[in-house]
Design a protein around this ligand. Structure first.
Ligand code: C2E
Ligand code: MG
Ligand code: MG
Length: 742
């Protein structure tokens, strides 16, 4: 029974223990809530998430090594929280202001606050006890005097919005401007738009280490102190966290606080950025940068010079023949192009020369001797070349030379000086091996200057050289002998003109002009004649274009005009007031020559009246240079000279010209009738021209009248003034005077 009782007691005890255990287990969560069941309040039991700004060194900043948030504020918070069993996790606030951050429930608390404020969404908040008293100081630029506090405009960071509210309450008159960054606020301070900047003085102790802020000064007295508290929305959980924190804050000793402050303010926290280095070291940076740029520039220049030199070397290799130093084919062609473009007035000829049987000379006397001969040829020729001439080695023993054309004598001189020395090269060196040299010459034409084609010129000269090689052993031939003769005659004409004027080779002949109705001689045209000492009688058609081309026509015309004036003066003195027509070339109208004045001086000098000179200007000249010629014509007529349009009908006559050019007389060229086309139609045109010219108030003379039929047709059509072989051929002045005398 006793054992049964003991067993029953044991069972009751076990049951009681079991029940106690259940009661204890059931009450435990109330005493120490488990994180899983407790919601936000339970979170506070372990980890407290604190939202902080991280740009407030040394209050809050990210550790350079670990990247963790630290600082005076962070360490104080951690110390207080840990006193009450919290583990603290700091989270950088993303929001623009702490007011906004309050509304974000990712943070358990947010800091720092001076006092409780309303969140951005309008909810009330509560704040913890003060962790530390932080002094706020003004900073301004060196030497600036601040106005009284009531007139002060201060700049603050926008993120210090809570601080700004406190300032507003403490100093109601103060104006506050907000800036997003410290740099912007400093710029505004320097620009004078704010008087001073206001910030936590621990932060200033950091910021003012920036070298470029050395012009900023802390105002000596602290302006005010602000509390440094953690805040949360005023909710049951918020209140619970804050009250727990307050317990921890109460346990913070002053020594602990001072140790934390000292720890962060004594560290060298300020980190230089690139702009700081540039600012601090610019006396070194600037020369450094300049040196660097100079080095780069020198390197680039040297590289360019090197490349240019290489290019020049390459070009030299292309342009010059390595063996003889003469131009290569390519180089010669380029040089000829250059020379022809630069010297369009120089008459050139191009020779192509080749040693007949050079191959055998090479075989017999050795390649070296052959090479020496080629070098000798080049040196010898180059001695005779001027700057505007060129020599090229085309291939092997084939050479081309572009030479200024200097007549037969020049060719002979070259032959004697250069080619003869080549012919005798080996003989003169005791090898008794005379050489034969064949040459072809191409005389450049005007077309070659307009369209430079060196290959074609070389081909022509080579063809002439081939002819020589085929037909004989030695010598030269022209590709275009006609051109050569023409050029040679032209050269003779040009060279000889001054002598011809002096010696009387040049004469002025007259071709009478008649009135067919009465048979009276009404004037004469002065025409130039040249009995050349070497070439015999020359026609104006040959020498006038040559003189025009060489810019010498005015010398001839001045001579003719003067001679005509002298004849008129003599006739005047004999009491015979005659008029003669003289020819004016378009090339007489050069720049700087005042033709009307020149004629005026001439008639004055010879005691003539201007109407005694009739100035013939060819129709084509009016087409080519109408403005200048119309102007000259107008001025000549104003001075009393007669102006005639020569050769009307032989060129590209246009009705417009008849309308525009104000001449006294039209000289209708009857060659118009003998040209291609139906003569009858020509007659119709002529008779209408005669009538039209009359109706336009101008006179008309027909020139080139060769037979009675033409004369009577003209007369019947209303034209009486005529000039032509039918009446008289041009005659010497003596013949003209004796004819008039009869
Ligand atoms: P132009 O001024 O038209 O002179 C008339 C030309 O026609 C002259 O030739 C004359 O001899 C020729 N002629 C005259 N009647 C007849 C004829 O019935 N039948 C044919 N077939 N021809 C006739 P020329 O003297 O040979 O002069 C030729 C051109 O040379 C002139 O043509 C003129 O433009 C120019 N000229 C002549 N002398 C001078 C001068 O001193 N100075 C200038 N600048 N040019 C001149
Ligand atoms: Mg004429
Ligand atoms: Mg004429």
């Amino acid at each position: 029974m006793r054992s049964a009782l003991r067993g029953c007691r044991q069972s009751i005890l076990s049951l009681a223990l079991f029940l106690c255990a259940i009661v204890v287990l059931c009450t435990l969560p109330v005493l120490a809530p488990s994180p899983a069941l407790a919601g936000p309040t339970e979170r506070a039991g372990t980890v407290l998430t604190v939202g902080v700004p991280t740009d407030r060194c040394p209050m809050f900043y990210e550790d350079a090594q670990t990247g963790e948030v630290t600082g005076i504020g962070a360490d104080l918070m951690r110390a207080a929280a840990e006193e009450t069993g919290y583990a603290v996790s700091f989270m950088p606030v993303e929001e623009e202001t702490l007011k906004d951050a309050l509304d974000n429930d990712a943070y358990d608390v947010v800091m720092p606050f001076g006092s409780a404020i309303t969140s951005a969404s309008g909810k009330p908040s509560i704040v913890s006890d003060n962790l530390i008293q932080t002094p706020f100081t003004l900073v301004t630029t060196n030497g600036r005097n601040l106005p009284t506090i009531s007139e002060l405009t201060v700049g603050m960071l926008r993120s210090l919005g809570g601080g700004a509210e406190t300032v507003g309450e403490l100093y109601p008159g103060i104006k506050i401007e907000f800036f997003d960054t410290m740099a912007q606020s400093v710029d505004a301070l320097r620009a004078g738009s704010v008087d001073a900047l206001l910030h936590n003085s621990y932060v200033w102790s950091y910021v003012l280490q920036k070298p470029s802020y050395s012009d900023l000064r802390v105002q000596p007295s602290a302006m005010f102190s602000m509390d440094f508290r953690a805040g949360a929305l005023d909710t049951p959980q918020g209140r619970q966290i804050i009250s727990r924190l307050n317990a921890g804050i109460a346990k913070l000793s002053d020594t602990k606080r001072q140790a934390i402050i000292l720890d962060h303010t004594s560290r060298r926290l300020y980190r230089y950025d690139l702009s700081d280095y540039i600012y601090q070291y610019w006396p070194f940076v600037l020369p450094g940068v300049l040196l660097f740029v100079a080095l780069i520039a020198v390197t680039v220049l040297r590289r360019r010079t090197y490349l240019l030199e290489q290019e020049k070397k390459m070009q030299r290799l292309i342009d010059y023949d390595q063996l003889t130093g003469a131009l290569s084919l390519e180089g010669f062609k380029n040089r000829v192009q250059e020379l022809l473009r630069a010297n369009p007035d120089v008459p050139y000829l191009l020779s192509y020369t080749n040693i007949k049987g050079f191959k055998f000379a090479n075989e017999r006397l050795g390649r070296k001797a052959g090479d020496e001969l080629l070098r000798f040829w080049v040196t010898k020729t180059q001695e005779t070349l001027s700057d505007v001439e060129a020599m090229g080695r085309i291939e092997g023993d084939h050479f081309a030379v572009l030479r200024r054309s200097g007549g037969e004598e020049q060719i002979k001189r070259d032959d004697a000086e250069v080619i003869d020395a080549v012919r005798q090269y080996f003989t003169n060196r005791n090898a008794e091996y005379p050489l034969h040299v064949c040459g072809g010459i191409y005389v450049l034409t005007a077309e070659d200057y307009r369209q430079v084609n060196v290959d074609r010129m070389l081909d022509y000269a080579r063809q002439a050289e081939k002819n020589v090689r085929r037909s004989r052993d030695d010598g030269y031939e022209f590709y275009n002998p006609d051109q050569w003769i023409r050029d040679r005659r032209a050269a003779d004409v040009v060279r000889h003109l001054p002598v011809a004027i002096q010696t009387g080779e040049l004469q002025v002949w007259y071709q009478p002009q008649v009135d067919h109705a009465t048979g009276r001689i009404i004037g004469a045209e002065a025409l130039c004649r040249w009995e050349h000492a070497k070439l015999g009688w020359l026609r104006p058609a040959e020498f006038i274009p040559v003189l025009e081309e060489h810019g010498l026509i005015q010398e001839l015309d001045l001579f003719v005009w003067k001679r005509a004036c002298e004849d008129l003066q003599r006739w005047n003195e004999q009491g015979l007031h005659r008029s003669v027509s003289i020819n004016l070339s378009r090339s007489d109208l050069k720049e700087g020559v005042d033709i009307p004045k020149l004629f005026l001086d001439m008639v004055a000098e010879h005691g003539l009246t201007p109407d005694q000179l009739r100035i013939e200007i060819t129709e084509t000249a009016f087409v080519e240079d109408s403005d200048l010629l119309i102007d000259t014509t107008v001025r000549l007529r104003e001075l009393g000279f007669q102006v005639e349009m020569d050769d009307f009908g032989s060129g590209y006559s246009s009705l417009n010209m008849l309308k525009e050019v104000p001449v006294d007389r039209i000289k209708l060229d009857l060659r118009f009738l003998s040209g291609a086309g139906d003569p009858e139609r020509g007659c119709i045109i002529v008779s209408h021209i005669i009538r039209m010219v009359g109706a336009l108030g101008m006179r008309l003379i027909a020139e080139g009248v060769e037979n009675a039929e033409q004369a009577s047709f003209l007369q019947a059509s209303g034209c009486n003034e005529m000039q032509g072989f039918y009446f008289y051929k041009p005659m010497s002045v003596e013949d003209f005077e004796s004819m008039l005398g009869q």
